[in-house]
Design a binder for this molecule. Structure first.
Ligand code: G3H
Ligand code: 13P
Ligand code: ZN
Length: 307
């Protein structure tokens, strides 16, 4: 099955109140783990590549690995650029085979965010490529954006932004953040704000970044075998299900895959200190990715059987 675009996937998700998982990919085992899960669950999936992933694996490798996965796939797959920092990187990946890009101008003043997003839209649309943009700032750390405090998306500004840019989907800041340390106290998302944005932009797909749940049992497992991950806290899975009923069609997950891999590697290496065949520990890590993605598809996204 060839690569597809969100245009084919989001209307159904919006209508039926489920979301498509966008999982960050950096190497072969992650891609294979995600694809095995998506196929077993008969779920569409978005494979997303950050600038860091592209640098780590190399554009050519990552695209060829995804092509190999998609060539054998019975479910629809989107190849998406995560957090494109400027027009140039978006252009590069559009020219290089991606079917969807995110232009992340969230750190820019409103008018500059509009201008760069508009420019990407004008390049992407004639080439059949989808454009996700972001308005509002999430707390946490991304490669090029370091925000100490979250600045939630203003609903009226969101309408103006979508109208003036022509973007296809919008990432909103409602209290999530990247990484494993999302909340100091009780988790809280601004659902009232999300509802308002969704009402003002009917049938328009919204995107939730920073949507890992940081399962405590995984953190405990990593720590039991030598890790030092303290005070980690994610978004409760039921909150994400709720968001999927309010116009959120794409849910981004990276940290939970990282935790699944790290906890598994630590355990296997600890229990088999004489082992030095990488397949003996990367294989279980790939299986852990698969199980995590399967859990997300069933409990968070609701996209089983939607392929
Ligand atoms: O939003 C950030 C994603 O988790 C990707 O992280 O830039 O370290 O690859 P990265
Ligand atoms: P997490 O760090 O919560 O997994 O978020 C990933 C993300 O938003 C990638 O764009
Ligand atoms: Zn993100």
């Amino acid at each position: 099955m060839p690569l597809t675009t969100p245009e084919k996937l989001f209307p159904g998700a919006y209508r039926e109140g489920y979301a498509i998982g966008a999982f960050n990919v950096n190497n072969m085992e992650i891609i294979q783990g995600i694809m095995e899960a998506a196929q077993e669950e008969k779920s569409p999936v978005i494979l997303q590549v950050s600038a860091g992933a592209r640098k780590y694996a190399g554009h050519h490798y990552i695209v060829k690995m995804v092509e190999a996965a998609v060539g054998q796939s019975s479910v629809p797959v989107v190849l998406h650029l995560d957090h494109g920092a400027n027009f140039e990187i978006c252009k590069e990946v559009i020219d290089g085979g991606f079917t969807s890009v995110m232009i992340d101008g969230s750190h820019l003043p409103f008018e500059e965010n509009i201008a760069v997003t508009r420019k990407v839209v004008e390049y992407a649309h004639p080439r059949g490529v989808w454009v996700e943009a972001e308005l509002g700032q999430m707390a946490g750390i991304e490669e090029h954006v370091k925000a100490e405090k979250s600045i939630c998306t203003d609903p009226d500004q969101a309408v103006e932004f979508v109208e003036r840019t022509g973007c296809d989907s919008l990432a909103v800041a409602i209290g999530t953040s990247h990484g494993a340390y999302k909340f100091k106290g009780e988790p809280h998302l601004d659902f009232e704000r999300l509802q308002k944005i969704s009402k003002l932009l009917p049938e328009f797909p919204l995107v939730l970044h920073g949507a890992s749940s940081v399962p405590p049992e995984l953190v405990e497992m990593a720590n039991r075998y030598g890790g030092k991950i303290a005070g980690a806290r994610g978004v409760p899975e039921e909150m994400l299900r709720e968001a999927a009923q309010m116009g959120v069609c794409k849910i981004n997950i990276d940290t939970d895959l990282r935790l699944a891999i790290t906890a598994t590697l630590r355990k296997v290496l600890h229990e088999n200190p004489a082992e030095f065949d990488p397949r003996k520990f990367l294989g279980p890590a790939r299986q852990a990715v698969k199980e995590m993605v399967q859990r997300k598809i069933r409990l968070v996204l609701g996209s089983s059987g939607k392929a």
